[in-house]
Design a protein around this ligand. Structure first.
Ligand code: PA5
Length: 440
């Protein structure tokens, strides 16, 4: 069973106020009985146990088909990008890009339309053996479509059309969208994103599993962690960490804490926070409601955002992810001259110092009026990350229902797309093009 723990004793100034219990159990029940808004997008609840041995073996086989590639470019945006990026970054050596690697190097594209980014990526890939995993649930998103058009053409030019088709895997809807049609016509290997799994809840589907497996990580352990967390988050009890998290953050929101800062003290978790921001931001930011999800990487950000958090407007609370056990052990050397004055911590683990930075900061922030939640992750490995991902997803579903929104749609994302298409004069957007021209 997963040992991820949540500690909320410093979350609410008066301890567990009665407010913390408002609606939590009801929201959990609505989510699990699939009776709430967006209930046609709850397939993620079962994803950890959805795949048969044959399904997993199929994903692993697809991953192995890239084994001779130096690079595999994962093309996607939002939920079709951030989950894989978060897990691969968390599990990878911090300097993997500069070290010899048995597995292909995972690169990402389609998450931006940076001309220099794409140019430099193409430069890197020129002459190298590379593969492509193109991911889009709708199959029509512009940013990944542009990146795929560029890299598909490059791959075909480098290895020929037939060989390129063997080095491309598409993950998309079973029937709909331009990517499905393209994949069928070009004969690509494909995986399906189920209709009932929304993008930002898709990390435990092939969307996340395939890139993570290509990077050389154990997707079975990831799913096992998620599966154990699914069991742990079923009951209406104080032992349900997702329910506790959802209750605490909603109680804080009601007390005027409008911004949640996810804090880490381990740079490997930077993209986990980016994934979390999308999950909570896109799920809850609706009808002019919702906690704004922000994040900091400490100690780095203690020297940039620390002043604001300590002393700025008191509209924030923090959720600190603490990693109990590190992968490696490193001690501070002693130095006879002690010119830097550090001998008082000589022979101590680096992590012990980091933990004191964490504890000292938490106490300072709590004293400064920043409510503080703590999530303890035993270590960064596949099993615990799987559990953490599911914990956050379940907490998000409960929290969204407590807030009174549909956590599973994203109507606001369409507005920028409509304007962009109007500005680019996409066929079918003539009226919008005319209307937007008047605003320029
Ligand atoms: O969570 C979501 O649904 C979105 O963030 C999508 O993942 C994102 O917009 C990408 O969409 P698609 O996979 O259809 O290209």
């Amino acid at each position: 069973m997963s040992d991820i723990k949540i500690d909320i004793k410093n979350a609410l100034p008066e301890g567990l106020s009665s407010e913390i219990n408002v609606d939590g159990a009801k929201a959990l029940e609505i989510l699990q009985s699939k009776s709430g808004a967006g209930n046609d997008f709850l397939g993620w609840l079962e994803l950890p146990n959805e795949y048969s041995e044959a399904d997993i073996a199929d994903i692993e086989a697809a991953a192995a088909s890239f084994k001779d590639c130096e690079y595999v470019v994962c093309i996607g945006i939002g939920g079709s990008y951030l989950g894989a990026k978060a897990v691969v970054e968390a599990l990878s050596d911090s300097f993997a890009a500069f070290k010899v690697s048995a597995a292909p190097r995972i690169l990402f594209a389609g998450q931006n339309i940076g001309e220099d980014y794409l140019f430099e990526l193409q430069e890197l890939l020129a002459g190298s053996k590379f593969g492509i995993i193109v991911i889009s649930k709708s199959g029509t998103t512009t940013e990944p479509a542009i990146a795929f058009r560029l890299l598909k053409a490059q791959l075909e030019a480098q290895v020929g059309k037939a060989e390129a088709a063997k080095l491309i895997v598409a993950i998309t809807d079973a029937r709909r969208g331009a990517l499905r049609q393209l994949a069928t016509e070009e004969g690509y290997r494909t995986f399906v994103i189920a209709d009932n799994v929304g993008g930002r809840f898709s990390v435990l589907s092939p969307v996340g599993l395939l890139p993570i497996a290509v990077a050389g990580f154990d997707i079975r352990a990831l799913l096992k962690g998620a599966s154990d967390m699914a069991v742990k988050t079923l009951a209406d009890s104080a032992e349900n960490p997702a329910l506790t998290y959802a209750k605490a953050r909603n109680a804080l929101y009601r007390q005027g804490k409008k911004i949640e800062i996810l804090v880490n003290y381990n740079p490997k978790l930077h993209f986990l926070a980016e994934w979390w921001k999308q999950l909570y931001g896109e799920s809850e930011g609706k009808e002019h409601k919702g906690i704004f999800p922000a994040s900091v990487d400490n100690s780095t950000d203690l020297h940039s955002m620390g002043q604001w958090i300590q002393d700025g407007e008191r509209s924030i609370f923090e959720t600190v992810i603490t990693v109990e056990e590190q992968r490696h052990s490193l001690r501070i050397p002693s130095d006879d001259a002690n010119l830097d004055g550090l001998n008082y911590i000589a022979d101590r683990r680096i992590d012990e110092v980091n933990k004191m930075a964490e504890l000292g900061t938490r106490i300072a922030h709590i004293d400064g009026g920043v409510p503080n939640l703590k999530i303890s992750l035993p270590r960064i490995d596949e099993y615990n990350l799987g559990a953490l991902l599911y914990f956050f997803e379940k907490g998000c579903g409960i929290s969204g229902y407590m807030l009174g929104v549909n956590p599973f749609n994203q109507p606001g994302v369409e507005d920028y797309k409509r304007n962009m298409f109007a500005l680019l004069r996409k066929p079918g957007y003539e009226a919008e093009s005319e209307a937007i021209a008047k605003k320029l």
